[in-house]
Design a protein around this ligand. Structure first.
Ligand code: ADP
Ligand code: MG
Length: 699
């Protein structure tokens, strides 16, 4: 549909330079096509009329037909408003205008019948509608024909520039009126026929002007399908090509390193899930192809151990390996755990972070290049160009959601033949989302926790129960346990957060004066942070007041209480992650979510799910449903490499599945999309990859 994409929005009847600028600035709408693909966010049924007697405050919108019985201006000057009494014979409703009332007053015909549409609010025992939509009924005929009225999101600036939802709808109409001919189809004809999809032209018309819900659903289905289909086609096509083009190191040997670790050092029996996952990874690494695998496992499921064993396989095959973590604290902890587990095995292992000293750094660089250093653990510092390996065979990335896909690609290039890649994430990503973001990765799941863990008990407290909370904390401290208290992230712009954290710190010191309290936050120097963490993890302090810097991976088995302050400010996945910091030892652990009284509907639901479930996957699904993938943590940081205009990964999982199957079938038959009937697919992919520049980074 290049023609519509080439038509500048400025020249659409009803737009002009001023509105064009607004559309461009506020919504990035520059062409006719952009406008057509700006979809409504909701529809309101305008086929139904209410009688005024029926109106109640639960109705979001009402439409009534009747006449004005009186009209008067109240007040003077800028404070004045116009109020009209409107009757349909069953009752009276008040209509109010604060703006533009001179014009309205002069134009209302006291003898005519009107259709009024708007949101009713109860006021002084009567209902009123502020700034209703109003249409005059001509000759007893109802003028409105579209049964469902589309509503579009607009911004304050747009509203001031006379571009409200209704105006956008008018512009949509103008596109159809001024563009002669049919909007060219973007899906192959055989798909449209086979799955009985609506044509693009009709779908776009219906999405803006739906005559009824059935056909609207068909149009939505077609547009969602198309959107998801092309994403899947793109991912799968690239993945196929990589599979063909990129050879992988063949790790055929299981040798001394892994064997002696397994026999001498393994501190516990592996869970069945860990065994299965290790098998899957070994199969990949021995296949001659490059491995690209995502390892999902809930917090505490034992991913680190899996990573270590897999890394030892790399050593057994005479390759170096590295492990990258998102924070210094976590990298250090990995380094310590792993060094300890490898003691006596004659493995060389080093830690590289932003704060590694120059001399140490030089040593690491030299030993890496010579091949003497076998395992390198670190932060983003690993990505720097000067980090050069002799022969890097395997890269493990922990907590992927903190890293962008681009960074993953960077590690690829650390060896002339790309290393195997294992990405580990503790944010259980719902299947639908994994298929989309990580569509190019194979997925392994650790769906079992090590034995003996007691599920964490979670409670939701309002602030007025702080005394109970303190009593409870005291009880746990007296038993010898440790406690986390987490505050929302400190943002550069938000002085409030810091104030809360600092006050919380002082408060805990005052209330628990028999115990030692330490504090960690992201604005501290790494060395200070480490020291504070160290004091807590070694048990010298019993309470740790912190921001979310402790969110990922930190392991203090003796900590049994997690208090989350202002829990309403955290997303579900983040709450779940934080909760995962406790329950790592043998003791019963607890998580307490503190919130204020006033909670939105969504927050209430989040607190409910948290107190009800400890299953990370269930929580992730719920999160996706509640917030949509754009906001889902994990995707936010790495950023979905594309934005969805109509499909919703939380709700449209089935359409996604279907779209993927269709894409797979096509690629099986014609991997390079060379057939005549597939030409349109290639054309669309090229067009989309040009628009959505990040696409190529997904693989
Ligand atoms: P995560 O998956 O969150 O990274 P970790 O690897 O940090 O989990 O493991 C959490 C804790 O469970 C660690 O203390 C680890 O030693 C322990 N652990 C891992 N695997 C097992 C197992 N099979 N049996 C018992 N404990 C285990
Ligand atoms: Mg971990």
């Amino acid at each position: 549909m290049s023609e519509l994409a080439a038509l500048n929005i400025t020249y659409l009847p009803g737009v002009g330079p001023k509105k064009a600028e607004l559309l461009q600035k506020e919504l990035k709408i520059a062409s006719y096509e952009d406008l057509l693909y700006y979809f409504p966010y909701k529809y309101v049924d305008r086929s139904k009329f209410y009688s005024i007697r029926e109106v109640n405050s639960k109705l979001a919108y009402i439409q009534v037909k009747g006449r004005f019985t009186s009209l008067k201006t109240v007040g003077t000057g800028r404070q004045s408003r116009l109020t009209g009494m409107f009757s349909d014979g069953t009752g009276i409703i008040e209509l109010v205008w604060f703006k533009g009332h001179k014009y309205i007053k002069e134009n209302i015909d006291p003898n005519a019948e009107y259709i009024i549409f708007g949101k009713p609010t109860a006021f002084n025992g009567q209902f009123n509608i502020v700034h209703p939509e109003m249409d005059k009924v001509e000759n007893g005929q109802v003028k409105i024909s579209a049964a469902l009225q589309a509503f579009y999101n607009t911004t304050e600036k747009m509203k001031k520039g006379f571009l409200n939802s209704k105006a956008i709808q008018k512009l949509q109409q103008n596109v159809f009126l001024s563009f002669q001919g049919k909007i060219p189809e973007t899906l192959p004809a055989f798909i449209i026929q086979k799955y009985k999809l609506l044509q693009l032209h009709e779908s776009l018309k219906v999405i803006h002007f739906p005559p009824n819900t059935q056909i609207l659903e068909k149009a939505q289905f077609r547009l969602k399908f198309e959107e998801l289909f092309y994403i899947q086609l793109n991912i799968l096509k690239q993945r196929n090509q990589r599979g063909r083009n990129i050879k992988g190191h063949n790790f055929s040997v299981v040798g001394d390193y892994l064997n002696s670790f397994y026999q001498q050092k393994l501190p516990f029996e592996l869970t069945n899930a860990q065994k299965r996952v290790i098998k899957e990874i070994r199969r990949d690494m021995g296949s001659g192809k490059q491995m690209n695998r995502l390892l999902q496992g809930d917090v505490g499921s034992g991913k680190t151990l899996v990573a270590l064993m897999v890394m030892l396989i790399s050593l057994d095959n005479n390759f170096q390996t590295c492990l990258m973590a998102p924070t210094e604290i976590l990298a250090t902890q990995h380094f310590e755990t792993i060094s300890e587990m490898l003691e006596g095995l004659n493995v060389t292992c080093a830690l590289l972070t932003g704060s590694t000293k120059k001399a140490e750094r030089n040593r690491i660089d030299a030993e890496l290049t010579s091949g003497q250093l076998q395992i390198l653990i670190g932060t983003h510092a690993l990505l720097e160009d000067k980090v050069k390996f002799n022969n890097l065979g395997l890269v493990v990335i922990d907590e992927q959601h903190r890293f962008g896909v681009a960074q993953r690609a960077k590690l690829w290039r650390k060896n002339h033949q790309p290393p195997h890649i294992l990405v580990m994430t503790a944010t259980p990503i719902p299947r639908t989302l994994a298929m989309t973001i990580y569509g190019d990765l194979d997925v392994s799941v650790i769906d079992e926790l090590p034995p003996g863990r007691k599920p964490i008990e979670t409670a939701h407290y309002f602030h007025n129960r702080r005394n109970n909370l303190n009593k409870f904390i005291k009880g746990e401290l007296d038993k010898g346990r440790q406690v986390y208290v987490v505050y929302p992230l400190i943002d550069e712009s938000e002085k409030m957060d810091f104030k809360n954290l600092a006050e919380g710190y002082e408060y805990m010191q005052r209330v628990f004066s028999d115990y030692k309290v330490s504090m960690v936050h992201g604005k501290m120097k790494p060395a200070e942070k480490d020291e504070a963490m160290q004091i807590f993890s070694s048990g010298q302090s019993q309470i740790l007041v912190s921001t979310t810097v402790i969110e990922v991976g930190v392991n203090v088995p003796n900590a049994s209480v997690m208090v989350i302050e202002s829990a309403e400010r955290f997303g579900l996945s983040q709450l779940h992650q934080l909760r995962g910091r406790v329950g790592r030892g043998a003791e019963q652990s607890y998580c307490i979510l503190m919130t204020s009284y006033k909670l939105s509907e969504d927050t209430r639901k989040r607190m409910d799910i948290m107190t009800r479930s400890t299953d990370g996957f269930e929580i992730a699904e719920a999160d996706l449903k509640l917030r949509g993938p754009g906001d889902l943590e994990g995707t936010q940081q790495s950023g979905l490499p594309f934005s969805l205009k109509i499909a919703n990964l939380g709700k449209d999982g089935q359409i996604l599945q279907f779209a993927r199957q269709v894409a797979e079938a096509i690629l099986n038959e014609d991997p390079y999309l060379e057939k005549e009937e597939h030409r349109i697919l290639n054309k669309q992919l090229t067009k989309l990859s040009r628009e959505k520049m990040n696409w190529s980074l997904i693989s």
